[in-house]
Design a binder for this molecule. Structure first.
Ligand SMILES: [Fe+2]
Length: 296
């Protein structure tokens, strides 16, 4: 899989698929970097990133510790800042004054990070404190949804809209006490009802803003619906669940399974995908397979 790296990390032995700049010297060229002069020439361009093909490179890109450390640092910064921004945005939803356009740049930023390295992105977002759990989960679901949507050839504008929907889909959890969200033992009936109320509450909050797209409203309301009608809040069946809603559900469940929660360990990517694939009555198998292809 092609990797997108900051240009200052380009070195001899890397195979360049493209240098993201309008500079005529590198446009539409694919080549192996063989000299220090080429490295310097790439550094001198206006590009911020280059696309590298690990298979055609003569050095082992994936084992390149510097790249991984840089990327992890950058992802950690984006996730920390994103979680704090999302906390403010959720509060703004509650008080009725969220400016939805402020979320687009955040969606773009996390989309860049998961594109640069899905493995590092998930490694970073799997670590969540109780306090920021919902926010980091939402960032991760948003990033996975955008990545999956690109694989499904959605247009850029829709990809971004799905990213924003991913950021906001759990906003209804604002109304569920943290003590319940983080409870390690079994939930009592009343607590369970509160948790299961979060899609409808989120939907109402967002609808009241009057500025949310129908797609965001649907995803917020229906991301816990499953194909056989056993989901909630309405128990919708497969033919009532659009591909966009299914994308949200699959990413949401995958993210939850692969994260450590106060009441469960984190599953591996493989175990989570297998478990979901074996439940074709709940989740769209085609989308589970596509999601898995992100990590191949
Ligand atoms: Fe949810």
């Amino acid at each position: 899989m092609v990797r997108r790296i900051p240009k200052h990390l380009v070195r001899k032995g890397m195979f360049i698929e493209s240098v993201e700049c309008p500079n005529a010297e590198f446009s539409h060229r694919r080549f192996l970097v063989q000299t220090d002069e080429t490295v310097r020439a790439i550094l001198a361009t206006s590009a911020a990133y280059a696309l590298i093909n690990p298979q055609r490179s003569t050095i082992n890109i994936d084992a390149d510790a510097t790249l991984a450390v840089e990327e992890q640092k950058r992802t950690q910064e984006t996730v920390a800042q994103g979680a704090s921004m999302l906390r403010d945005s959720f509060a703004a939803v509650r008080s009725g004054d969220l400016q939805v356009e402020t979320l687009g740049p955040l969606a773009d930023e996390i989309s860049d990070r998961i594109d640069a390295s899905p493995e590092i992105f998930l490694k970073v977002t799997r670590l969540k404190s109780k306090d920021e759990g919902t926010y980091v989960h939402s960032l991760a679901v948003s990033a996975l949804m955008m990545r999956l949507a690109r694989l499904l050839d959605y247009e850029d504008a829709t990809v971004r809209e799905l990213g924003v929907a991913g950021l906001l889909h759990d906003v209804g959890k604002l109304m569920v006490p943290n003590a319940i969200l983080n409870k390690t033992g079994q939930l009592e009936a009343a607590e369970k009802n509160l948790v299961r109320g979060h899609p409808e509450i989120g939907y109402r909050l967002l609808k009241d803003l009057g500025t949310m797209s129908p797609l965001t409203l649907d995803i917020t309301r229906f991301h816990h619906e499953v194909l056989d009608g056993s989901g909630y809040p309405l128990g919708l069946k497969a033919d009532q669940l659009s591909q966009e809603i299914r994308v949200a559900t699959v990413c949401d469940v995958f993210e939850a399974l692969t994260s450590a929660r106060p009441y469960k360990r984190a599953w591996t990517t493989r175990d989570a995908l297998n478990w979901m694939f074996d439940r074709g009555h709940l989740f769209d198998k085609k989308l589970v397979l596509r999601l898995g292809s992100i990590f191949e």
